[in-house]
Write a protein that binds this ligand. Structure first.
Ligand SMILES: [Zn+2]
Length: 412
């Protein structure tokens, strides 16, 4: 295989990221929620940038924007690369945007220096991934992969009571998003910031994602007996909060013992009646458990349920667990991951195999086509905050690996 020296223009990508960050609601950082004026402005701006890069552009029925570089072998399936354009409230300017800016820069550069590819390449800016405005996630890639058909928009509303359907209509999108489904995607590649501290701690330049962790979320309910804090002796109490505390410490220890990449978090805890002079009669807490292997995830969740149940019984409490979310782990394509590692070695970049604890658009594609994901370091591991930062050198390194992989897939 003959190798050409590829050097996509990182300065163009960095400028694009700065320009994109301007499309934001007021306040700290970047706030670009689905179907808002700033979101719409950003998607149209990106469509113009794709056209300026010589790509054939279009926007689909839910607001995903594509830039296409048609290949000679038009019957072959498309190699798709990109990420999402929406942000969390007061987020940073790299989450999602980096993968989109890099995709446009890489395709524009490949077109200019290498001409028409053998296989068709497309850059994509997905309309939504975060779930920041409406209570659902992956609205963009979920339509492309058939996870959504648009019917969900009718009974899903934002904080102001506006339905997703109404928000779409206000933006000029039809009621049904079925037109966004694609059956012609042959591979999906996503470049993203890590949003964690693993690469920085390991002093590695590129993270090669092996799998995106599966997630389980639960609401746990611990029932005891609310009673007078002054008149009820310690030996005669059924304190739901003390029981919940023992459960959470068990979970922390068990998750530590299980080791990486298992993580377990109780992010919200409510105590009833929540009064200083009353023994807590009921506690509800949320549980978020993640692992990259389905079997390990299932095993841990079962062990956690059994342990919490045991603690409750010993303390004379009741315990109930309700599952509120379950996503399967998404393994990335092994061959593409190996190619990424090979490219890192060839370019003299250090790399690290890792699991993504965060969800990404790539997990929607993984069951349908070979999917690959690569990370660059996030300073201090900070993301979903205005302080989110990756250096120009780190961002350029990711762009170079992405460009090299797309070249191999589409030109050789
Ligand atoms: Zn993201």
């Amino acid at each position: 295989m003959s190798k050409v020296k590829l050097q996509a223009p990182a300065t163009e990508m960095l400028l694009l990221l700065e320009e994109l960050a301007v499309f934001s609601a007021p306040g700290p950082g970047v706030t670009r929620l689905l179907y808002t004026p700033e979101w719409k402005g950003a998607q149209h701006f990106l469509q113009e940038k794709m056209a300026a890069a010589g790509l054939e552009t279009r926007m689909d029925g839910v607001g995903n924007v594509y830039g296409r570089l048609p290949g000679r072998e038009a019957h072959d399936k498309v190699i798709l690369t990109g990420s999402h354009i929406d942000t969390v409230v007061h987020g940073g300017k790299y989450d999602g945007a980096y993968g989109v800016a890099a995709a446009i820069t890489a395709l524009g550069y490949l077109r200019e220096t290498c001409g028409q590819p053998r296989r068709t390449l497309e850059a994509v800016s997905f309309c939504e991934e975060e779930g920041s405005r409406f209570p659902l996630t992956f609205w963009g890639s979920g339509h492309v992969t058939g996870h959504y058909d648009g019917g969900e928009a009718a009974d899903c509303a934002d904080r102001d009571g506006m339905t997703l359907r109404a928000a779409m209509a206000a933006c000029g999108y039809p009621a049904s998003g079925a037109a966004a489904l694609r059956e012609d995607i042959g591979a999906y590649v996503e470049l993203h910031i890590e949003q964690g501290i693993v690469l920085e701690r390991a002093a590695q330049q590129i993270g090669v994602v092996q799998a995106i962790a599966g997630q389980r979320r639960y609401t746990a309910r611990v029932g005891g007996a609310a009673n007078h804090a002054g008149t009820t002796p310690m030996g005669l109490r059924r304190d739901a909060l003390a029981g919940a505390a023992e459960m959470l410490l068990w979970l922390e220890r068990a998750a530590q013992d299980a080791g990486d990449p298992l993580v377990a978090t109780a992010g919200r805890l409510e105590t009833y009646p929540g009064t200083p002079n009353v023994i807590p009669g009921e506690v509800r807490f949320t549980l978020d458990i993640r692992h990259s292997e389905a079997g390990m995830l299932e095993q841990f969740c079962q062990a956690a349920a059994a342990a919490c149940g045991g603690i409750a019984r010993r303390r004379g409490l009741t315990f109930a667990l309700e599952e509120t979310l379950a996503t399967a782990p998404a393994p990335m394509d092994r061959e593409l991951a190996e190619r990424l590692e090979q490219l890192c070695s060839e370019q003299g970049l250090t790399h690290h195999r890792m699991v993504s604890g965060a969800g990404h658009d790539a997990q929607l594609f993984a069951p349908r086509c070979p999917a690959a994901m690569l990370f660059v370091p996030s300073r201090g591991g900070v993301s979903h905050a205005p302080e989110e930062y990756s250096s120009p050198e780190e961002l350029a390194a990711g762009l170079n690996i992405l460009t090299a992989l797309l070249y191999e897939l589409a030109y050789l």
